[in-house]
Design a protein around this ligand. Structure first.
Ligand code: GDP
Ligand code: MG
Length: 215
């Protein structure tokens, strides 16, 4: 008997089909979906916790939390009283479009203006997988070093916006903010850049205004 040969060439193609199905649903329901990508610990969930107060005033939104394991991030957002689901990849370093699609269909789509996806913490893989989002948003904290846009260019090239987070820590660490912003602009001159602190709230307003503007 011939040994079965598994062919993976169509993996990305299949992902693209699911992403397109998601785009169709989002268009039909007039919902904007964004895909937040950054390292583990960059402050993605903290950003969502703080974004809520300013965004929820006039935007009905849900969050899809991507992680390898645990429902910890969804539990953090549960008190906010918005629809939140946890998407678990069971080891994979990124969300795939099919998983996002089915989680999306379970949301109350008739009552939403926006869906925010927090991707699995990783600067490489999530940038390679289209999930049907309108915009990718990179989150880079000041403790990660100013050169990350140069070292992980795909994410920063693809990002419609870059959030440089944890600016409250700047006085305490050797980090050249100007060099960081220059590196981001070198990779993507068009991207919108927001420097903010989820701890103090500094800079949050401009970020949320931008988020509303892409509706
Ligand atoms: N000082 C400071 N710490 C922050 C800020 N945002 C997040 N953190 C901390 O950074 C750690 C990781 O945050 P989290 O939101 O879980 O990051 P995620 O893994 O990207 O979702 C937590 O200990 C947060 O309290 C910030 O703006 N300033
Ligand atoms: Mg998180």
């Amino acid at each position: 008997m011939l040994k079965e040969i598994k062919v993976y060439r169509d993996l990305m193609g299949a992902n693209e089909e699911w992403a397109q199905k998601t785009r169709d649903v989002l268009k039909e329901k007039n919902i904007t979906m964004v895909n937040i990508i950054g390292s583990p610990g960059a402050g993605k969930t903290a950003l969502l916790e703080k974004t809520h107060a300013l965004l929820a005033t006039d935007t009905r939104f849900a969050v899809l939390e991507g992680d390898v394991e645990t429902t910890r991030d969804a539990e953090r957002l549960a008190p906010l009283n918005i629809p939140v689901s946890q998407l678990l990849t069971d080891g994979a370093c990124h969300l795939e479009a099919k998983l996002v699609h089915y989680a999306l269909l379970d949301l109350p789509l008739n009552d939403l203006d926006m869906v925010i996806v927090e991707n699995v913490g990783n600067l490489v893989c999530p940038a390679e997988f289209d999930i049907g989002e309108k915009a990718k948003i990179a989150v880079l904290s000041v403790t990660e070093g100013e050169d990350k846009a140069l070292k992980y260019p795909l994410l920063f090239r693809e990002a419609e916006a870059v959030v440089v987070s944890k600016t409250d820590l700047l006085p305490h660490i050797p980090f050249n903010l100007e060099a960081c912003l220059a590196a981001i602009k070198q990779i993507n001159a068009q991207t919108s850049i927001f420097t903010l602190s989820s701890l103090t709230g500094d800079g949050l307003e401009a970020w949320v205004q931008w988020l509303k503007s892409i509706r």
